[in-house]
Design a protein around this ligand. Structure first.
Ligand SMILES: [Zn+2]
Ligand SMILES: [Zn+2]
Length: 433
């Protein structure tokens, strides 16, 4: 059996949840109040979402977004901290009754993409677009803060709203994202005992998808340089052809997943960039390859780099050529804490109806929410953002990506329920460390 990703601190943090999974904090009255508060704030939420969409900012450069979010949170009377991990904003909502603190995280950055949609609130920032839906995520977290602030008299515990920069990756040479937020203490003081996050997806609005256990993959990056020897294209025997070697290396690497790994434990190795050669009649002395490795288990993640290097080494050696190999670990897989997931499933069923909550296979995309999940129990789900009347929608990171805004109110409602129910179960969360 593939070894699942080990929790670090989480292993010491044992969750004892009630045997009764029907324990819900959201009674009929609270449910009505949630709907009412969403309605009451809807115009502002929508206006804010569109403003953020029109003014997207790149990773670690979310300056104006950060100011706007902080101002909105302050106006709710929350305890707000800014400039966490450069442009991050953290706000603490203290419930009227004491209790533990749970986190609600949204990412803030946009992508270097020129928007091609025809929406009225199209990006005004040339070459930058909220094409991954982080504007929707922020609106949901902000809307949740609005609703929960109005209902704080019903809240037994605290909620930390975490607005995180640079989910898409910090610019070269900079730190950023979830790991920097954690480094700067976002999960401490008061300690966050469980964390929730979501991502919009091209599935019907009103539907949610999740997976207990791994839901998204790890994402690592590698670079290979094949070092041959140049010669005349008509006299290849006098050189060492880096292009022929690169071709063999590429095919060799593609046998790792199919021949070396357990077929029941998914992994992907993709080479997305190849560069080399000077001219049609010159044997290339150097070829550079770059790619990504995605895994769901530590077993595969730790095996793959050595398997790759053995192949590169063996092939280049057989030709008397040389190589350089570098492998950089990125985010680990996003791992939904099984017990937390177990307790939250009835909540999801309650909000949206069982038929609208789908359990899916893990996806090989990545998210740096995983950094939080390595420290504390986390729950991450996919929120439908495709208009149901449409057959399909442009995917994430497309210049045509246009999520349905109805997903915002659904996201807020789901998030409120999850937070309320998680706090309701707090007496069963016990730190045994
Ligand atoms: Zn993205
Ligand atoms: Zn994203």
């Amino acid at each position: 059996m593939p070894k699942p990703f080990a929790f670090k601190k989480v292993s010491a943090l044992v969750l004892f949840f009630s045997m009764s999974m029907a324990l819900h904090a959201v009674d009929k009255k609270t449910s009505q109040l949630i709907d009412l508060e969403i309605q009451r704030h809807w115009d502002e939420i929508l206006k804010t979402r569109r403003f953020i969409h029109m003014n997207p900012e790149l990773s670690n450069r979310e300056f104006e977004t950060s100011k706007l979010i902080a101002a909105k949170l302050m106006s709710l009377g929350l305890d707000v901290q800014t400039e966490i991990a450069k442009t991050g904003v953290v706000a603490l909502l203290t419930g009227d009754q004491p209790g533990i603190t749970v986190g609600c995280r949204a990412d803030m950055d946009a992508l270097p993409i020129q928007e091609q949609t025809n929406v009225l609130y199209k990006s005004l920032n040339p070459g930058v677009m909220h094409a991954c839906g982080h504007d929707i995520h922020m609106s949901i977290a902000l809307g949740t803060a609005m609703v929960m602030s109005a209902l704080r008299d019903r809240l037994g515990g605290n909620i930390k709203f975490i607005f995180q920069p640079a989910e898409e990756g910090a610019p070269a040479g900079e730190e950023g994202g979830a790991s920097l937020m954690i480094k700067e203490g976002v999960l401490d003081d008061p300690p966050v005992r469980a964390i929730f996050g979501l991502h919009v997806m091209p599935v019907d609005v009103g539907k949610i998808e999740f997976s207990p256990g791994a839901i998204m993959a790890s994402s690592d990056h590698f670079e290979i340089t094949i070092k041959g020897k140049s010669s005349h294209g008509a006299r290849p025997h006098e050189g060492k052809d880096a292009i022929t070697l690169a071709a063999q290396v590429i095919l060799g690497i593609q046998t790792i997943v199919s021949r070396n790994l357990d077929a029941t434990d998914p992994a992907v190795i993709s080479i997305g960039k190849i560069e080399g050669g000077i001219r049609s009649n010159i044997i290339a002395d150097e070829v550079r390859l770059e790619g990504t490795v995605r895994t769901l288990s530590e077993t595969n993640r730790s095996k793959i780099p050595q398997l790759m290097e053995d192949i590169v080494k063996g092939i280049t050696f057989s030709f008397g050529a040389d190589y350089a190999f570098s492998y950089r670990r990125g985010s680990p897989p996003v791992y939904n804490h099984p017990q937390l997931a177990k307790i939250m499933i009835p909540t999801l069923h309650e909000v949206l109806g069982e038929g609208n909550v789908g359990e899916i296979n893990p996806q090989m995309i990545a998210e740096d929410f995983s950094a939080y999940c390595q420290k504390i129990p986390g729950f991450f789900f996919f929120l439908g953002a495709k208009p149901p009347e449409q057959k399909s929608m442009a995917p994430l990171h497309s210049p045509l990506f246009n999520p349905d805004e109805r997903s915002i109110s659904i996201g807020i409602k789901v998030m409120c329920y999850l937070l309320f129910d998680c706090l309701e179960h707090q007496s069963h969360i016990e730190n045994t460390s």
